[in-house]
Design a protein around this ligand. Structure first.
Ligand SMILES: Nc1ncnc2c1ncn2[C@@H]1O[C@H](COP(=O)(O)OP(=O)(O)OP(=O)(O)O)[C@@H](O)[C@H]1O
Ligand SMILES: [Zn+2]
Length: 933
């Protein structure tokens, strides 16, 4: 059952039609011959195996012998030199040993004696074990060594042989009514078709008495139900089976787990119950088997399991009578638990340890846990339980704490990719590295999923390319995605519809398309897709002028996608609605971004119109802006200030939101900026007179070269301008020697001057937001999330990270790689050169995280002037904050919130009668953050 799930990966069924060509990797003639050999081995009983090994396979038929050679060669020919070495080594060793007849004879004799004595009676067997030190199960090393020493001549198979034999590991289904296999009816795993050619496995040395002593452990002598039949193929049915790890060194990305288990083995510190937990397909079951094999391996070598001793062979071929894999769901039966515990209380048959591997243990009932743990004390000292789960949260914590826990993390993409490449080489599959990388990224840390995708691609019989992988997995290539986005943004209705239909009718699920588009847009907004950063970015920047407006369009598109995604969840006609959504991408700009429409009459100020911007990119708007600025400066009473404004200032844009006009005014010299700052109220009032509505102004410093070099002034707080990742401005206009300008410009990015209190908060939030991140990202209902990740934001952001949930729009991240950098990847902007110490900021962010757990809109302002840093939080619809770098912040609430800001004191306070706990005032220079509650 579990195996079935394991081998499934979410790929369109149609793509698996190629399965007709299946067994590509497995139909390799070499491989097939290996399986032949496996059959030959299967058809030997234990002693046969031993003798044949010792006598150089003398009794084998010629063809089997040849096939063995061939199979060994296959392994040796592999690119993995380590593997080749592993193959040869045991062979050489074996040959060497076979030349020492004396030792062999003696060892065999010893072995026989021991086995015979073991078989005499259960009590005797225990005595033998005691003699050889077995009783001290927690310190079994010496015992193991004794036992191993006594088996120098133990029949061993070469690695390749054992691997061949083991190629078909299986889940041993829980024998319906028995747990132990000490029964006369034992016939392997019970799969008729695969074991039909093997003789029923019986330990010839076990006396009938012993077999009868524990017939089936079927509890109270009931007839056993029919055995669980689990597919147990001779040849591996998938790459996962074929490349199932069989030694600790085969495990990928599990260094800590491996080392820890190896240490436990070397020290003989074996716990009674282990818990392996982690996501699916990360190697839990494989590790459990390897660990079980290592516990019982007879090899003298340091590295166990050897893979070729008797115990390893039996275990990896699923025939070990002492290592059982049990399905948790089937254990929830009183009798079965009883049988299990009874079995666990007995000594192992032939191995050192009895190992019970219980997969999906989250399905065990409380009683079952209790039964197992209550009897732990009474269990044989040689019994080990390995519980496996993907969902540890569902386990009863009191029992979990009694286990030795091992977490199996998701496997890193790079490790998966490396492993896949090795498999391709071994399988003779041609591949493109980017295709393999893509598969790795798509498999979400599960190596098995990755191997399954690779398996399916391999069956196509073609080179494994990225486009093939895209098709199989059902995603659209970046190129196609960009093409669609390009059409949609350009309002090319016909082609957008054609393209979208084409993609969705044949290849991609609408929800998947939304997710991919959203990711692409976020990549562009975050600067990941800058030219030079990736090909996608280059293409996009070639075709689109991603200025501020372009970016706004993208944000608008993102918003549409997020709304559409919600809609589609309940819609039956997803493709149509997604197409409709795509058609809105190109229309949003007229209303939301840069309007040159005649409706935009400035004189009377269409302040009722929402989200309108007059921006300088448009010639018409530029003229309007110039007119407004001229009128504004004329309103000033002081003629020198009038001239100053006219000469040194420039109104770069105005946007209207909910009756509030947000005006950006540029200055080109720090002194001029500072002069304007001093009289900001004057400017604001003049503008209000001209526009006839409430105004907030933003003063910005723009490098003088911009003024000279271009008539179209770039807004200084454009997404790219503010972004630490890609500063268009700095690329195009800033020079190194202009450093003071740079810092001044950065400062300017943060300055906010509301003209009057009492404005609608959302517009204020937007204004703040515009200083930090694009305004349109900040919606009333949305909350801010702050993260304090220390890694590089860019590298640490995974796809899932970027699919930001509906109500989260901003995410602040602290980057401590530079002491002067605070990175914002909220909606994908980073702001550098924050003046504060990261640690201080981090602390604040942590506090804020608590504060910001409510759903309401929140805002964060960062003052950037070194001496007057201010940080405040605004609670939606109740309050509004105004501050300037020159004045202490004040909080004005429509709900009459009372705000005291004691700027000179250590304890900055910020009180709101209603929402006091929501506010945090921050006085960075001395006191650090303080949450006022
Ligand atoms: N860490 C790993 N190293 C090497 N191979 C791995 C690893 N993890 C998974 N695999 C591959 O995936 C296959 C399945 O692994 P395994 O059954 O051990 O995973 P699991 O974690 O037990 O999965 P589940 O939780 O779904 O049972 C293996 O046969 C192997 O090919
Ligand atoms: Zn071994």
């Amino acid at each position: 059952m579990a195996e079935g799930r394991r081998n499934s990966v979410d790929v369109p069924l149609s793509k698996t039609l190629v399965a007709l060509k299946r067994v590509r990797s497995l139909r390799d003639p070499d491989t097939n011959s290996m399986s032949k050999f496996a059959m030959a081995i299967n058809s030997m009983n234990l002693d046969d195996v031993g003798l044949k090994e010792l006598h150089g396979f003398g009794n084998e038929s010629e063809s089997d012998h040849n096939s063995l050679k061939k199979s060994s060669m296959v392994r040796i020919r592999g690119t993995d030199s380590r593997k080749a070495y592993m193959v040869r080594k045991p062979c050489r060793q074996r040959m060497k040993k076979s030349k020492e007849p004396k030792l062999v004879t003696r060892s065999m004799k010893y072995l026989e004696e021991e086995v015979n004595s073991c078989s005499e009676s259960r009590v005797d067997r225990k005595v033998v074990r005691k003699k050889s030190g077995y009783h001290s199960w927690r310190k079994p090393v010496a015992a193991l060594e004794d036992a191993i020493m006594s088996r120098v001549g133990t029949p061993c198979m070469s690695m390749s042989e054992s691997r061949t034999n083991c190629s078909s590991w299986t889940t041993i289904g829980f024998p319906t009514d028995e747990v132990d296999v000490r029964d006369s009816n034992f016939n392997g795993c019970g799969i008729s078709y695969c074991w039909s050619r093997t003789p029923r496995y019986r330990d010839p040395n076990l006396s009938p008495d012993v077999r009868e002593e524990h017939p089936l452990l079927s509890s109270e002598g009931r007839e056993p139900a029919s055995r669980e039949i689990v597919p147990y193929p001779e040849t591996p049915r998938s790459l996962s089976q074929k490349f199932r790890p069989r030694s600790f060194s085969d495990l990928v990305g599990l260094m800590v787990v491996s080392n820890s288990l190896l240490y436990a083995l070397s020290k003989g510190k074996i716990a009674p119950v282990y818990l392996f937990h982690g996501p699916r397909g990360t190697g839990k079951t494989s590790t459990a088997r390897i660990f079980a094999a290592a516990l019982n391996c007879l090899s003298l070598e340091e590295h166990r399991p050897c893979g070729f001793c008797r115990e390893c062979v039996f275990l990896f071929s699923g025939r070990s009578r002492d290592v059982k894999e049990l399905d948790a769901a089937k254990l929830n039966h009183k009798d079965r638990v009883k049988a299990l515990i009874k079995s666990a209380s007995l000594s192992p048959f032939s191995s050192h340890f009895k190992v019970f591997i219980i997969d999906e243990c989250q399905f065990l009932r409380g009683e079952t846990w209790a039964a197992i743990f209550n009897s732990v004390e009474n269990l044989s000292q040689h019994s080990v339980f390995i519980m496996i789960t993907t969902d540890p949260a569902k386990l009863p914590s009191s029992y979990v704490s009694q286990t030795q826990r091992y977490h199996f993390p998701k496997i890193k993409d790079v490790d998966i990719s490396f492993r896949l490449q090795k498999i391709c080489i071994e399988e003779g599959l041609e591949f493109d590295k980017d295709a393999v990388d893509f598969i790795a990224a798509k498999s979400n840390g599960s190596l098995r999923d990755a191997e399954t995708i690779l398996d399916q691609l391999g069956l196509l019989g073609k080179r494994i390319t990225l486009s093939l992988a895209y098709e199989l997995v059902g995603v659209v290539s970046d190129k196609e995605l960009l093409n669609l986005l390009d059409l949609a943004l350009s309002a090319d209705t016909t082609n957008t519809v054609i393209r979208a239909r084409d993609l969705m009718s044949s290849r991609i699920d609408p929800m998947q398309l939304i997710s991919q588009l959203a990711n692409l847009i976020m990549d562009i907004l975050s600067g990941r897709c800058q030219p030079g950063f990736c090909n996608v970015g280059r293409n996009l920047f070639d075709t689109h002028d991603l200025t501020d407006i372009g970016m706004q369009k993208l944000r608008h598109a993102l918003k549409i996608l997020s709304e559409t995604e919600k809609q589609l969840r309940t819609s039956k006609n997803q493709a149509t609605w997604l197409t409709v959504a795509l058609l809105q991408f190109g229309t949003g700009d007229d209303e939301n971004f840069c309007s040159s429409s005649p409706r935009n009459s400035l004189k009377n100020s269409d302040c009722d119109e929402h989200n309108r911007t007059i921006c300088p990119e448009n010639h018409c708007d530029r003229t309007k802006l110039e007119t407004i600025w001229r009128r504004t400066s004329r309103k000033c009473q002081s003629s020198s200030f009038k001239i100053f404004l006219q000469k040194e200032g420039n109104l770069s844009s105005i946007s209207f939101n909910d009756g509030l006009a947000i005006a950006e005014i540029e200055f080109f010299h720090p002194d001029h900026l500072s002069k304007a700052e001093k009289s900001w109220k004057l400017i604001a009032h003049s503008l209000e007179d001209v526009l006839g509505c409430n105004v907030q102004i933003r003063l910005k410093l723009v490098p003088a070269c911009i003024k000279k070099s271009t008539s179209v002034k770039k807004p200084s707080f454009s997404l790219l301008g503010c972004s630490g990742r890609n500063c268009q401005m700095s690329e195009s206009t800033m020079t190194d020697e202009n450093e003071s300008d740079t810092s001044a410009r950065r400062k300017a990015c943060f300055q906010v001057y509301p003209s009057q209190p009492g404005k609608n908060l959302s517009s204020f939030v937007e204004q703040l937001d515009a200083n930090l991140v694009p305004a349109s990202c900040f919606h009333d209902k949305e909350a801010v999330v702050i993260r304090n990740h220390e890694e590089d934001a860019r590298s640490s952001r995974t796809t899932s990270d970027r699919i930001i949930s509906d109500h989260i729009v901003k995410e602040y991240r602290l980057r401590s790689d530079s002491s002067r950098e605070v990175s914002e990847v909220g909606q994908y902007v980073s702001i550098q050169e924050h003046e504060q110490q990261p640690s201080c900021f981090a602390k604040t962010l942590k506090l804020r995280r608590k504060v910001l757990s409510s759903n309401a809109a929140q805002a964060i302002c960062l003052g950037s002037q070194p001496q007057k840093q201010e940080l405040s939080i605004v609670k939606k619809a109740t309050s509004e904050i105004s501050f300037s770098p020159r004045e202490p912040p004040s909080l004005c609430s429509r709900a009459n919130a009372e705000v005291n800001y004691n700027s000179g004191e250590e304890n900055a306070q910020c009180k709101d009668s209603k929402f006091s706990s929501k506010f945090l005032c921050w006085r960075p220079p001395k006191s650090g953050p303080k949450l006022v509650s």
